[in-house]
Design a protein around this ligand. Structure first.
Ligand SMILES: Cc1cc2nc3c(=O)[nH]c(=O)nc-3n(C[C@H](O)[C@H](O)[C@H](O)COP(=O)(O)O)c2cc1C
Length: 317
């Protein structure tokens, strides 16, 4: 008669079998769900592009609306230093196989596709991609109506990723959105709130000599700057630094100057109306005096002012 196996041996073999079965199940689930995760991440990015472009209504828009509306945009790859687009041949020459799947954040891990920022790194991103992916919506005449620019920079707890949309003048901010960050809910995470994001609409990116003219003010209200979030000064500073970096010479400025020139436009900040309206709408008392003398505003209740603001720039809401 054979000797019964010891209890220990049985326990270990059952545990090992269980571990094996579980690891196979977990790996299968991870592999099986990967395409769905990638697709969800893509959908979320596209939704946030539309949010920054003022083309998404969370109350009524579906995933199908996102897919449909996203077709209005051309995906372009920009050489950040030269300020021009790369066509398909130029893309293959630098080793970018497909503009749609190109990920500029991933490119910062590739020496050939990125540059070390060294000490000149106000957004604390370490390396900047040489080539950025931008989303351009043209009007019926083929002129740029808006451009959505990916932005990223360090907040308090980690890197904040978002999109900044400029109108066709490559100067007036149309909207902003943030789709990934590690800031604290109720504090730094308030950068996601529609009310705070709305304060950016109508702000001018540049002064008339072409210098960056905006940011987040953490020391009281400042003309053409957005008020910081109280209790979240460090996140506010992070957002300010990232906006200034990406609008600056190291970011999109060469490209934006190029597009503005190509479309025969100049920086014209004489219409200060739009930003005044957006402050008034938010009830920012320190800015309300700016809005008082406008006949246009007096003719409309405060709740309608959002729709007046873009009209002041000759653009749709
Ligand atoms: C648990 C915890 C989480 C915090 N999260 C944030 C944050 O996400 N963003 C931020 O700017 N400050 C955050 N702070 C606050 C900062 O430590 C700092 O006090 C604050 O940025 C100063 O802003 P204030 O001058 O507007 O009060 C956090 C503090 C604690 C204790």
């Amino acid at each position: 008669m054979s000797k019964p196996k010891s209890n220990n041996t049985k326990t270990i073999s059952v545990a090992l079998t269980l571990c094996l079965v579980c690891s196979v199940l977990v790996s299968a689930a991870a592999v099986g769900l990967k395409p769905a995760q990638v697709e969800n991440a893509r959908l979320d990015r596209n939704k946030n592009i539309l949010v920054a472009a003022g083309m998404f209504d969370p109350a009524s828009d579906t995933n199908e609306d996102v897919a449909e509306r996203f077709k209005d945009f051309d995906v372009e790859i920009v050489d950040l230093n030269a300020g021009n687009y790369l066509d398909d041949d130029a893309l293959s020459a630098v080793g970018i196989a497909d503009r749609n799947t190109y990920d500029a954040s991933q490119a910062t891990k590739n020496q050939a596709l990125s540059e070390d920022l060294g000490d000149n790194d106000p957004a604390s991103i370490g390396r900047k991609p040489k080539y950025a992916k931008v989303y351009v919506k043209n009007d019926d005449a083929g002129k740029p109506e808006m451009v959505v620019l990916p932005i990223q920079g360090y907040g308090l707890w980690g890197t904040i990723y978002g999109f900044l949309t400029l109108e066709g003048d490559m100067n007036t901010i149309k909207g902003i959105s943030f789709y990934e960050h590690k800031e604290t809910p109720g504090l730094g995470a308030r950068i996601e709130e529609p009310k705070w994001r709305a304060m950016w609409t109508g702000i001018h990116s540049y002064d008339e000599s072409g210098d960056v003219a905006t940011g987040v003010s953490t020391s009281g209200s400042k003309e053409n700057w957005v008020d910081g979030i109280s209790g979240a000064t460090l996140t506010s500073r992070g957002v300010s630094n990232m906006i200034q970096f990406w609008l600056g010479e190291q970011g999109y400025k060469p490209y934006l100057d190029h597009v503005r020139e190509e479309s025969g436009r100049t920086i014209d900040n004489s219409d200060v109306q739009a930003k005044q309206v957006s402050y008034k709408k938010l009830g920012q008392s320190s800015h309300q005096n700016l809005a008082q003398n406008s006949a246009q505003q007096q003719a409309h209740p405060v709740t309608e002012l959002a729709s007046i603001a873009p009209a002041a720039n000759g653009k749709e809401a």
